[in-house]
Design a protein around this ligand. Structure first.
Ligand code: GAL
Length: 411
């Protein structure tokens, strides 16, 4: 009896060390392909003994998820892991602190397999504070192959060509552009036009350096002129539509094109559509590559189980197998440079090649619309003007003035 008691006491004392890793994960991956992608992480976490509590907050682009995050943090109950990216990582670090995951990063050699630009986004005062899952390219146009073939349309390489193709489609009674009227989707289209019409230098001056001259320039007026033209190519029901429903319109032949990051490709692939056969991908007209890196950060939490959960998640996220399978589903390419792309489709391979080339000549640029380039206040100020212009008859002159004013007020 005595020995049994002694043994069970020993077990009780030892118990905390065997606590299962646990994580509550806040994310916004709720479309078909997004859910399929995050499920890969959930599965791996469970296979490694973890208990996963899912906290999905629907809403493409993550605005609703970030609102939910703020509410949780304010109530003193931060989730253990959060989909967080770009400068928001450092903003949260400054505001509340974030867990230091440097031990995991160093043990697993992250510095050797991540491009410097990506690694920099994952650090807070030199320490690793986030783990990257992928690289999405934002500036893509997706086209319905059958419609384009029937109408004799090639993927446009200039915005004039895009407009000409759209006119042809309109005359044929086909909606040229599938778009969801949500602020972040308007911003997504806008930044591709800024890059396309202005070029990488202009994009950088306007949307990264926030140079008032660039914001008010004639070039920026041309960008708003093009946004007004694009507004004429969307269907009547575009307001509020989710991005994946816009993708479905292209898939189902209800519209010819969508301008959207390659998470749209995830939706095509999840529906068994084949690139080059059912749909086509091409960069939006112009030079340059707008990148959007998804990542997870970890708040400082009490409890060994949660801290173990954070370490396990960080390790799995950067695991070579996860980076491959996740990104095959998600439409993106791995953040790790040592994952073979043999099983990836041609759009992904093109994305990788362009990323290398554009990185070499300085035209690999962070997406403002997806929270990679600017802090929240500045990005929000720009998006408010872009969406107000898109949804009214505001002139391009007024738009650039408002843009410059709003950015100045946000500083
Ligand atoms: C982006 C995010 C992508 C994506 C998209 C739509 O901001 O980086 O992973 O799925 O929103 O929700």
């Amino acid at each position: 009896m005595k020995s049994v008691l002694a043994a069970s006491t020993a077990l009780m004392v030892a118990a905390p060390a065997f606590a299962e890793p646990a994580a509550e994960v806040l994310h916004w991956w709720t479309s078909g392909s997004e859910a399929k992608s995050i499920a890969v992480l959930q599965e791996e976490f469970k296979e490694n003994g973890g208990t996963w509590t899912d906290m999905p907050v629907a809403g493409g682009g993550g605005d609703a998820a970030m609102t939910a995050l703020r509410a949780r943090v304010l109530s003193g109950n931060a989730p253990t892991a959060v989909q967080l990216k770009g400068p928001a990582i450092q903003e949260w670090y400054e505001e509340t602190g974030l867990a230091d995951i440097s031990a995991v990063a160093e043990e697993n050699g992250w510095a050797d397999v991540l491009p410097d630009a990506i690694a920099d986004h994952m650090k807070c005062e030199g320490k690793w504070c986030a783990a990257p899952v992928n690289v999405h390219r934002v500036n893509w146009i997706w086209g319905n192959k059958q419609i384009l073939d029937e109408q004799g349309i090639e993927m446009p390489t200039t915005w004039d060509e895009f407009n000409a193709a759209a006119e042809t489609l309109k005359e044929a009674g086909i909606t040229p552009l599938a778009h969801g009227g949500q602020a972040w989707q308007d911003a997504t289209v806008f930044e591709t036009v800024v890059l396309g019409l202005g070029g990488p230098e202009f994009y950088k001056a306007a949307l990264i350096d926030l140079d008032p001259e660039a914001l008010k320039s004639d070039r920026m007026k041309e960008v708003f002129d093009e946004m007004r033209i694009l507004r004429g190519y969307v269907d009547d029901n575009f307001s509020g539509r989710d991005w994946n429903l816009a993708t479905a319109m292209v898939m189902n032949g209800e519209a010819a094109f969508q301008i959207m990051g390659d998470w749209a490709k995830g939706e095509f692939l999840a529906a068994d559509k084949v690139p080059g056969t059912d749909f086509v991908c091409a960069p939006t007209p112009g030079d340059g590559y707008l990148y959007n890196v998804d990542s997870f950060a970890f708040f400082e939490v009490d409890g060994q189980d949660k801290q173990d959960g954070q370490a396990l998640l960080a390790k799995l996220i950067m695991g070579p197998n996860f980076q491959k399978v996740f990104n095959l589903n998600k439409g993106s390419i791995p953040a790790r440079t040592d994952v073979a792309l043999d099983d990836f489709d041609d759009c992904a391979k093109a994305s990788y090649d362009d990323m290398q080339a554009d990185s070499a000549d300085g035209s690999l640029l962070p997406s403002y619309a997806h929270g990679m380039a600017l802090r929240g206040a500045q990005a929000g100020a720009i998006t408010d003007v872009v969406t107000a212009h898109f949804n009214s008859d505001m002139s391009s002159e007024d738009a650039v003035q408002q843009l410059a004013d709003a950015v100045a007020a946000s500083m």
